[in-house]
Write a new protein. Sequence first.
Length: 594
Amino acid sequence: MSSDPIACALFTPGHLRFPSTRALAESFHKVGGYVGTLPTGHLVFYRPDGRRFLATDPTGQPLHECEWEVSELGVVSLKRARVKLDWGGWVGIVPAGLVNETRVNLATRSNWQRTTPEDLRSLAAKALRVPIEEVRWFYRDEDFFIEPTGLATIRQRKDAFYLLDDGGFETARFMSCMGAMHWDEIDFLPVVELFKSLLPGTGSAVLELIRGLYDDQQQGHSVPRALRYRGIPPYPSEAAFRLFSAFFTPQSLGTGDPFVDFMNPSKSQVVAWLPADHPPVRYFDERQGVCITVKDGVAQKATLAMDTGGLAYVNPLGRRVLPLDRSMRIEGQQMILKDREQETVISLPVGLHVRTAPSPEGPMSPVDWRTVFVPEPPALHPREAFGAVLLYPEGHEEISELAAQPFVADYLDDLGEQDREIGRLRSLAERVLIVNGDAVISTCVLFDRPREYTVRVHYGAYAQRQAQQLWTQCAEINRWDWLQRIRMGAEDVVQESMARHGLYDLLYLWLSYDTFGSLTAMRTTLANAGQALRRGGDAFVVGPVGVPAVLASELWQLCWSDSVAALPTFAMHKTILPKARVKTGLTLFHLRRV
């Protein structure tokens, strides 16, 4: 690797993946490209027209890459971008990469021939119960088309996020989306949808790009443009507020408390966001495999690329609870990464200057999140650990087995609050068995009182992510004894639990898609499940519509069934991805052991 940061940035294989940026790098100085150096030493590489195409840390390690295109009318716009995550993964952004179309028949309305795009925006505002100004923000005149027959087509554009498995778009997989940004003139902060599908660190890496482009566009302005949070509808959250606050400073015209106003969906837009004086910056050390985030001279977090836990280490300053018992501190020219009793020493990258004020030692929790696994956590590759998110196709492709699980688990969670019988049987259960529900374990766990949960694990990376989520929930309410009664593992863990404590009161079972074509396999699975459940116990089983044909009448009573495709949780998902499709015939059954 070159010791020259500029050469490292431009000519290291993999740093530039877009053909246009690679061509620009080859003739960078000849065509009038130039480099800007930030006060932190970070580098920004500009095209001759002043648009950035690459940003790096002080050593030339890439942070993001932008590809621009010119229309037939000479308008320059962002074609796509890549952002690097702390752990080395890459996420792609395609402006207006997701376009959904809605068709409305106007011919039934009087004087429909006079309908204008503004009339359609007004109708949409009333239907969505949002100010028409918000609709104007996202729906341009060219997003409406009215045919001579009165059939109107309304196009909804969203910027699409893609998981880039090898760093490039050649094998891009759809991940998430957000309101279509005005990338050539950034003027708002977007709502991100399917946020649970985001890879760890995506939010901060994308905000780093947004802030960088925003700063470029504000050059020469005496007063910076104030940004506002916009979306139809808005989804304010504490996490979004924290993320925005790292890069921008909130000011409220409402109650005077920006957080209170932001968390109110009807007032989120009154909070003005101005550029923070010291946004976070990242430093990569490829030799040690670490990324360090620094804000105003204070190290905020560190991430090891080879971490099998898929977690960062954080500065404990100001934290009541250390996330997953992981902390970091600076001692001289070293950074100490602490995971409970285990410490890892990292040398600070050359040129990185951070304050060495002692960080307070936060109390270690009484329970390690890893102890829920019996006998030990799954052996994972770091990429598996960091990449354990559920991905949903943007088109008509069938949603995967794991990704379909939240539709059922979230529905049962809602049903437990609305249906007295379902709420009662979930609440009264003392011992609960979860089989093949590795993406939704934490949703199946009620946090109203202690009870025993046994989880039969099939997909270790997702179960690990769920174990970490359960630890976090127990930490919030300081009920570590509840976590100690949750056990995850292979089939022998289930058998051992039954031998020691008896049968289960409630079962959540997702039949594997691999068994759907075999009546024998499904019959065997359900028979084994029946042996684990006490008489009178309840089971929520997800499988093909033909499950009743393999139920042994002496074991099971069918209470009711619902098509997963008809569940309101799936209908909500289709408001984001209208083409979404679950496996044909996938059904939720409520069974009772007789």
